[in-house]
Design a protein around this ligand. Structure first.
Ligand code: AMP
Ligand code: MN
Ligand code: MN
Ligand code: MN
Length: 276
């Protein structure tokens, strides 16, 4: 079975490495088919494609779109997209536009919680100013010695109900799937095990995604536990979704699962990459 990794980040969004470095690490870890899927941003694609070609590694142009569904943030990965498509590009410009205001508000809230200078501090970790996000704040808070790792910062400061959390309205499910399909791509639900949906809401979400033309879900992701690999394999079969595999690698020493090191997909699933 080929080693496929269809979810990873560079410093174009909230990853640590530049696209060429992510490509080199994927190759070194034995990846045969790779997608860089930066958050709400297509700018890394040309460099990623060129680096993969240089290394003789298969490449899939991708993106991870932030959406709000039933009050929660959900991520939809688009694969095999045409990054020159105007509808997708303009949709992502609109999605990115609220990030700076949100970041300033996060900083004001963190200030009240006793952490000063968080906006400027987070900016030092930002490769692309349009894409300032929670991970950059997490790196600053670790640098200050307040927490030891990214998950701990999220638990204490950056999730709903915590002092640095600012609710944000991203794109809709319909917009994300429409933009991805307009660009000739395949829409994939990212790390489905991460959302705090009831069984009923999960069913509603998967049906809505499918009705819009969504094709696949991530079964193997760095966010899933071993138990969740089996749960989402079963759900993929139940809903007739193809299965994707992607580490969600953000950087060495930061991501629990390195790029290209997830177990293979369980048998009996249709891989989203089967005809690529
Ligand atoms: P944002 O787009 O600014 O809301 O940030 C979302 C990003 O934060 C995700 O793509 C992950 O990289 C990171 N993230 C979200 N939740 C967690 C968590 N619980 N632990 C660690 N990282 C997280
Ligand atoms: Mn991220
Ligand atoms: Mn995600
Ligand atoms: Mn991701």
């Amino acid at each position: 079975m080929p080693n496929v990794d269809l979810h990873s980040h560079s410093s174009i969004s909230d990853g640590i490495l530049i696209p060429e470095e992510v490509a080199a690490r994927a190759k070194a870890n034995g990846v045969d088919l790779w997608a860089l899927t930066d958050h709400d941003e297509l700018d890394g694609i040309p460099a990623a494609r060129a680096a993969a070609a240089e290394l003789g590694m298969g490449y899939v142009p991708g993106v991870e779109v932030s959406i709000t569904w039933a009050g929660q943030t959900v991520h939809i990965v688009g694969l095999q997209i045409d990054e020159t498509n105007a509808q997708l590009a303009l949709g992502l410009v609109a999605t990115r536009s609220g990030r700076e205001r949100r970041a300033r508000e996060m900083s004001a809230q963190l200030e009240r919680a006793g952490i000063s200078g968080a906006y400027e501090g987070a900016l030092k970790f930002v490769g692309n100013p349009d894409l300032i996000g929670r991970t950059h704040f997490a790196r600053f808070i670790i640098e200050q010695g307040i927490c030891k790792d990214v998950p701990e910062v999220f638990r204490h400061y950056l999730i709903e109900g915590k002092p640095g959390f600012v609710p944000h309205r991203w794109a809709t499910l319909s917009q994300a799937v429409t933009w991805i399909r307009a660009a000739g791509g395949v829409a994939v639900v990212a790390h489905p095990g991460r959302y705090k949906f009831s069984k009923l809401a999960t069913d509603e979400f998967f049906n809505a995604f499918k009705d819009l033309g969504g094709k696949a879900i991530e079964v193997m992701t760095g966010s899933h536990t071993v138990d969740q690999y089996a749960i989402y394999a079963k759900l993929a079969k139940h809903y007739g979704f193809q299965a994707s595999r992607g580490s969600d690698f953000h950087g060495p020493g930061e991501s629990r699962i390195d790029i290209g090191t997830l177990p293979p997909c369980p048998p009996g699933l249709v891989p989203v990459w089967q005809n690529w």
